[in-house]
Design a protein around this ligand. Structure first.
Ligand code: C2E
Ligand code: MG
Ligand code: MG
Ligand code: MG
Length: 284
């Protein structure tokens, strides 16, 4: 099991096709097993309103607590899960868990709990009847629909996003929020902004990271912010690692921020302890 997985994660260059397909089959079984046997874990990273540091939402970020390999980040297993066709199984699990966790957090913290949870959807999920899935999970968990925000991946092609449009509009009419993730890194997102009535964009962390030393990155962040605000959208900057970046974003008028400088992704209990002191992150 784990030896094959390690092999797969090392991402051998193409060539040994037989070994690769065997490894993928093994991964396929291992990952499905992991999902069904409780090896996935959710971490949550606060999303903060820059003006007062209030935690308005939290992004659900999945991890795999592998029995032999330890805690794995999505970058280590999502590519294989995608090749094995398991991303919808994963997204379904995450949606259910994230909605249930926000209900739980609210029962523990009351008004200091974040008002919403952001969940990433994969292109595979967006190609299916995810609107039914989302609505049934909201009903099952009892989470109010306006407390869920879906993040649309930048690696989805325009065709997939376009086909998903009516289902997204149905969810939006239900009160669910929709945000374009990693804005500026995909090739199709710009066109999409005028096609579906999304509520927010997230500026990719690569631009935020470059802001301090690359004037072009600074300009990209500024223009994406103006674009977002011009369209009446919430603008969130991701990957904020320094006080300086946060100040620069505040000057540009960016509304929301997420990043290690404010809070790292953490298990629900840890987040609960952080928020218990008042529902803010970082110094206002
Ligand atoms: P993303 O949706 O853009 O999520 C933001 C990523 O940036 C997360 O990586 C987060 O831990 C990381 N991050 C947060 N603050 C900082 C910072 O200050 N600096 C830097 N350098 N990084 C920061 P993570 O958790 O490794 O997730 C990577 C990607 O995997 C996500 O990117 C998302 O595309 C995907 N992903 C994660 N969880 C899920 C999930 O439940 N379902 C699906 N479909 N995709 C997921
Ligand atoms: Mg995201
Ligand atoms: Mg992102
Ligand atoms: Mg990103």
């Amino acid at each position: 099991g784990s030896a094959i997985l390690l092999y797969l994660l090392r991402r051998r260059p193409p060539g040994d096709v037989w070994a690769r397909s065997t490894a993928l089959e093994a991964f396929d079984r291992t990952f499905a097993h992991a999902v069904h046997h409780g090896e996935l874990r959710m971490h949550y990273q606060p999303i903060v309103r820059i003006s007062d540091r209030e935690v308005v939402s939290m992004e659900a970020l999945v991890r795999w607590q592998h029995p032999a390999l330890g805690l794995m980040a999505p970058g280590q297993f999502l590519p294989s899960a995608r090749r094995a066709g398991h991303l919808t199984l994963l997204d379904e699990w995450v949606l259910q868990q994230a909605c249930a966790d926000l209900v739980e957090l609210t029962s523990r913290l009351g008004g200091t709990a974040p008002s919403s949870v952001n969940v990433n959807l994969s292109p595979q999920t967006l190609s299916g009847d995810f609107d039914e899935l989302v609505i049934s999970i909201l009903q099952r968990t009892g989470l109010r629909s306006d407390r869920l925000r879906l993040e649309l991946p930048e690696d989805a092609d325009l065709q997939t996003l376009t086909a998903a449009g009516p289902r997204l509009e149905r969810l939006i009419a239900h009160g669910v929020g929709v945000t374009l993730d990693d804005m500026g890194t995909g090739s199709t997102t710009m066109r999409y902004l005028s096609m579906v009535s999304i509520q927010g964009i997230k500026i990719d962390k690569d631009f935020v990271a470059g802001m301090g030393h690359n004037p072009r990155d600074h300009t990209v962040v500024k223009v994406l912010t103006e674009l977002g605000h011009g369209l009446g959208l919430h603008v969130t900057a991701e990957g904020v690692e320094t006080a300086e970046q946060l100040r620069a974003l505040a000057v540009m008028g960016v509304g929301y921020a997420q990043g290690y400088h404010l809070a790292v992704p953490q298990p629900l209990d840890a987040l609960c302890a952080t928020l218990d002191t008042g529902g803010t992150c970082g110094e206002a």
